[in-house]
Each structure stands twice: as C-alpha cells, then as structure tokens.
Design a binder for this molecule. Structure first.
Ligand SMILES: *[C@@H]1O[C@H](CO)[C@@H](O)[C@H](O)[C@H]1NC(C)=O
Ligand SMILES: *[C@@H]1O[C@H](CO)[C@@H](O)[C@H](O)[C@H]1NC(C)=O
Length: 294
C-alpha cells in the first residue's frame, strides 16, 4: 500500500498551529460517547462470555470506551484526564466517519436483519465496512489477550454479521489465527504500555506499527474478497478508484494521536470523498483548515 510520508510534516505543522483551546475535554469525545457500554458488565453475558454486537455503533463505541478507560492509568504520567492516551484516534476516527457521512458502506446489507435503531447516528451501518471492523476488533481483542483488562481471553465473543461471516473473526483465538502478526504487534504495544520505563515516543512507535499492520493485513484479505471501493460513496456517487490512498494517508501519518490533536486534525479532514475538479485550497464546501491540510 502506498503511504504518503510527506503528509506527516505538513499535517503536524498544521496541527501545531491550530490546537484547540479546550476548556472541557469531554466536548471533544466522539458522538454518543456517553451512551454506549462503559464496562464489560454492560454487555450481555452468556455461558460465561460477554457478547458484543460490534455491528451497531453504541456497542462498538462501548468497546473503545472500555479500551480507553482501562488503559488510562498508563497514560496518567503524561497528562491528566487521559488526554495523552494515544488510542483516542480509534474512537474519534470512527465517530468522525459516522458524523460526517464520510463512510457509507454498501456492505450495508450486513445490517439488514440486525437490530439497527439509532436515529442520532444514522450511519451506524458504516461500521459494517470490514476494515473498520478490524480497526476496532483487533486492538480490542488484543488488549483482552494482553491481560490489561483483567479478564480471560476466552471471555469475549463478538457477534457475526448476518452474512459473509467468512470475512471476519469473532474471538481472540480465531482472530489470532487469521491475523497473528497484527495481534502480536498490538500485544507488543500493550506490553510496552505496562512498562513504566516506556516513553511516549516508544508507545507511539509500537502503536503505529500495530495500527498500520491492521491496515495492510486486513486490506489484503478484503481486496481479494470484496471490492473495497464499494465501502465508500460520496455525494451520492460511487467511490473512485485511486482515491483510497487519500484516506489511508491519514491513517499512516504518525503524529501523536492524543485526544486534542486527533480532534483538531479531524476538523481538517474532508467530510466528503474528493472528486475530479476538487482543487485545494479552493474547495468551496471544505473549511479553511481542511483546504490547508489537503
Ligand atoms: C465537562 O462536561 C461534562 C459533561 O458535560 C460535565 O459532566 C463535567 O462536569 C464538565 N467538567 C468540567 C471540569 O467542567
Ligand atoms: C472462537 O470461535 C471459534 C469459531 O467460531 C469457536 O470454534 C471457538 O470455540 C471460539 N472460542 C471460544 C473460546 O469461544
């Protein structure tokens, strides 16, 4: 996959210039952050396992909330209120996709037949996009596996979508067998998280190794099995071939993905897929900051 390393310095430059003055960090949380589950016991339990439906937005946000809450203690030494938790990028990106109508998935059919009822965030079905699923589920199952959560790796089961189950994995052991390298990289991140000697830069390094591994590992799977372009739609049109790297350019930029920085960065991201003729910095329906980033 082609990454765009040159973005990184541009982006970091923009960010440094535009960090928000924030009085209350909770204003920066993703949409409906407060409404989802915030601990394992908020999920259903069956036969000693927590059953999570990652195909609906609140339950998926709940997974992120548990992840952020349970890792907060390791980031306390960097800043108060969990602000420096580098995992913020995961829920913020997901919330942004939802709230900006950026990702619409044609894999939408997955959701038909599942209990989908969320008027405030009508793009919940964007969660069905396969890549998004893994961006959430692999770090989540890896943290369970790492021992950070204090529960056994047998205790979490994700529900399968109504169709195309063969594309996905639903518990620690099956995700480990399909995506061993990525699960190991996430595990390495969590092990370093636990070490008091790890620096913030160390943690970023392990985080990015794990995160980019999810992208490359699962894109391989998905490109061979479904047409990824069908995961995206813009302004009523079909996703264009060749634009994918613009999205993943964001994912690949290794800037500190803390709460404030990620939030501010996302303000500059395109709320739409670009089309031919969109020329930054003159795209009329983007913010100034968005045009500048592009
Ligand atoms: C921040 O906002 C939340 C939710 O609106 C509120 O519960 C909390 O008390 C606020 N914190 C501060 C420090 O104002
Ligand atoms: C994980 O999923 C596989 C396949 O669905 C199943 O055979 C296995 O029993 C599950 N493991 C646990 C611990 O639930």
């Amino acid at each position: 996959m082609a990454f765009l390393p040159s973005w990184t310095c541009v982006i970091v430059g923009c960010l440094s210039a535009s960090l928000a003055v924030t009085s209350n960090l909770s204003d920066l949380y993703p949409p409906l952050w407060e409404e989802g589950p915030s601990q394992f016991s908020d999920y259903r339990m069956k036969d000693g396992q927590y059953i999570i439906n990652a195909w609906v937005y609140p339950e998926r946000m709940g997974m992120y909330k548990i992840l952020l809450t349970q890792t907060a203690r390791y980031f306390e030494r960097f800043a108060p209120e969990n602000e420096q938790n580098t995992l913020w990028r995961l829920p913020l990106q997901h919330g942004w996709q939802c709230s900006t109508l950026f990702f619409i998935t044609i894999v939408f059919q997955y959701i038909q037949g599942t209990q989908y009822n969320n008027k405030k965030c009508p793009l919940t079905f964007s969660s069905a996009c396969g890549l998004n699923y893994f961006l959430c589920v692999l770090p989540f199952l890896a943290v369970v596996d790492s021992g950070v959560m204090g529960i056994s790796s047998h205790q979490v089961t994700l529900l399968s979508p109504p169709r195309d189950q063969y594309l996905f994995c639903f518990n620690v052991s099956t995700c480990r067998s399909s995506f061993l390298e990525t699960m190991n990289k996430w595990n390495a991140f969590y092990q370093h998280l636990k070490l008091p000697s790890s620096t913030f830069e160390d943690l970023l390094k392990y985080l990015w190794a794990a995160h980019t591994s999810v992208l490359t590992d699962t894109l391989k799977t998905f490109e061979s099995r479904i047409k990824l372009k069908n995961c995206f739609m813009k302004r009523g049109q079909k996703f264009k071939e060749g634009k994918r790297d613009e999205i993943f350019g964001y994912c690949a930029s290794d800037f500190p993905t803390t709460l404030i920085r990620t939030h501010d960065f996302q303000k500059g991201l395109s709320p739409w897929m670009l089309v031919t003729g969109d020329t930054a910095p003159f795209i009329s329906d983007f913010t100034d900051f968005g045009n500048k980033i592009l």
